[in-house]
Design a protein around this ligand. Structure first.
Ligand code: AMP
Ligand code: ZN
Length: 477
């Protein structure tokens, strides 16, 4: 029905290959994305990853999956504590302020995450999980009261990142004398003076970074789920460590079926990050560019490609956005005012066919590892088609199809919601009559193929047609 590539294939970082996407439970997709450490303003680099996963989620929904998307908020961490000290504020205040900034950024980018668990609300779960790892012999308590994961007890370590030799792990990990191996990582950090702490069986302390994601994903998505995402900067050590501790504790392989990672957003070739001092905060960017333009720019890139921040790219996105908006408005105006012919010409039929071709191509591109950059080119082709054919001598059936197709594409793109949310009060019955009349004429000219297609499409929308000789009756349901 949707061209030759009806199967969605995704690039799994684990194994580095394209795989057919089959969720663990049919029709239900469970997705966990690593969210922010809230110690500073949300920047464009973060947005690159959040928009990419939102596009992925929206596309999965368009395919008919029921998606549950969890994205954590790290609200306790060295960086938050440091900032609070520097500014002589309570660390909770720092975390809350930047959580607010993050949630506002998501809302302006039209991203809806289903669940936003915060680490400090899961300390009890974290302690239980760590205890499980100790009981199973995968973790040990050091003299300071810190607890470490013993990497030598998990045989798959390094597979996700492709760092298969010990030398490659050791270089990246801070070396603390009390660790058994330099690459063991902290699950629980014993409290240091002046730092926030929670009681635990091993003394006062706070969670290490990696453990939170294993715990919160298990809490909300269960012991095995479909997609684990984040930026490619997290593959090692964060995701490698998450995988090791989860598979060790839960005894599930694979714990995560598909690991998806976004390419970095760069400035002059370098990753945009606070530590490099090259960040552009979203709230600053929104003062100059509409959130829809920023979203369109980010959404139009392939999620795995490295994306360079540039004014030109935003200007191009601005032009694309204006074009999409103009076409959506023009189509809607025609429908609202009924300023179109209710006949379907041969040229109109041709345009309908061309639009179905664009739809097939859009799905094919998205099925090819969510290739939004290619898929969006077909959306722009639709806008060209609108100007060159649909809006020239508007015919009701063609205008309506162009409008509904743009609405369908927008379910992934997500920048025209305001146009479609204020969908015009269409004269529903008259429109069905028009379509039925067009179909009657098609049948008279023996174009049964298209007539049947219209009947099937309407049936999917809940409008059933019954032919009695040349007459057609329709009912809803
Ligand atoms: P952080 O707060 O740095 O832990 O980042 C939160 C999320 O944004 C993670 O999924 C990161 O991988 C992602 N991220 C951070 N910086 C960038 C960047 N420059 N480009 C793309 N993604 C990023
Ligand atoms: Zn994580």
């Amino acid at each position: 029905m949707r061209g030759p590539h009806i199967v969605l294939r995704v690039f799994n970082t684990l194994g580095r290959r394209l795989e057919e996407f089959r969720p663990v439970r049919q029709g239900r997709v469970l997705m966990y994305v690593c969210g922010p450490t809230v110690y500073d303003y949300t920047h464009v680099g973060h947005a690159r990853t959040y928009v990419a996963f939102d596009v992925i989620k929206r596309y999965l929904k368009l395919l008919g999956h029921d998606v549950l998307h969890v994205q954590n908020i790290t609200d306790i961490d060295d960086k938050i504590i440091r900032r609070a000290h520097e500014e002589e504020r309570d660390w909770r205040e720092v975390a809350d302020a930047f959580t607010r900034d993050y949630l506002e950024a998501l809302s302006r980018l039209n991203i809806k995450v289903d669940l936003h668990p915060r680490v400090t609300e899961h300390i009890g779960d974290i302690i239980e999980f760590i205890q499980l790892l100790i009981d199973r012999g995968n973790a040990y308590v050091a003299p300071s009261g810190s607890v470490y994961f013993d990497v030598s007890t998990y045989d798959g370590y390094g597979e996700l990142s492709g760092r298969l030799s010990r030398e490659l792990w050791g270089q990246e990990q801070e070396f603390v004398k009390e660790k058994r191996n330099p690459f063991d990582f902290a699950l629980w950090k014993a409290a240091k003076p002046g730092e926030p702490w929670w009681e635990s069986p091993w003394g006062p302390g706070r969670p290490g970074w990696h453990i939170e994601c294993s715990v919160m994903s298990t809490r909300y998505l269960g012991e095995q789920f479909d997609i684990h995402g984040g930026g490619s900067d997290l593959i090692f050590p964060h995701h490698e460590n998450e995988r090791a501790q989860s598979e060790a504790a839960l005894g599930r392989r694979p714990w995560v079926k598909y690991w998806l990672h976004t390419g970095m957003l760069t400035v002059k070739g370098e990753k945009m990050s606070k530590s490099l001092g090259n960040i552009v905060a979203l709230r600053e960017l929104f003062a100059k560019w509409k959130p829809e333009v920023v979203r369109l720019w980010l959404a139009s890139a392939h999620y795995r490609s490295v994306l360079e921040f540039s004014e030109e790219a935003l200007q191009q996105a601005q032009r694309n956005y204006e074009r999409l908006l103009a076409v959506a408005h023009e189509l809607r105006n025609i429908l609202e005012k009924g300023e179109c012919s209710f006949r379907l010409s041969d040229e109109g039929v041709k345009t309908l066919r061309m639009m179905e071709g664009l739809r097939d191509s859009f799905y094919e591109a998205m099925n090819d590892d969510f290739n939004a950059s290619r898929a969006f080119s077909y959306v722009y082709e639709l806008t060209s088609l609108a100007y060159s054919r649909v809006l020239q001598r508007p015919e009701a059936a063609v205008v309506l199809r162009a409008y509904s197709l743009l609405e369908e594409f927008n379910r992934v793109i997500g920048v025209l919601d305001r146009v479609f949310a204020r969908a015009p009060e269409l004269p529903f019955e008259q429109l069905v009559e028009v379509i039925v009349e067009v179909r009657r004429r098609l049948r008279m000219s023996k174009n049964y193929e298209l007539a049947d297609w219209i009947r099937d499409q309407l049936a999917k929308l809940g409008v059933r047609l019954y032919d009695r000789g040349e007459e057609t009756k329709w009912v809803i349901g």
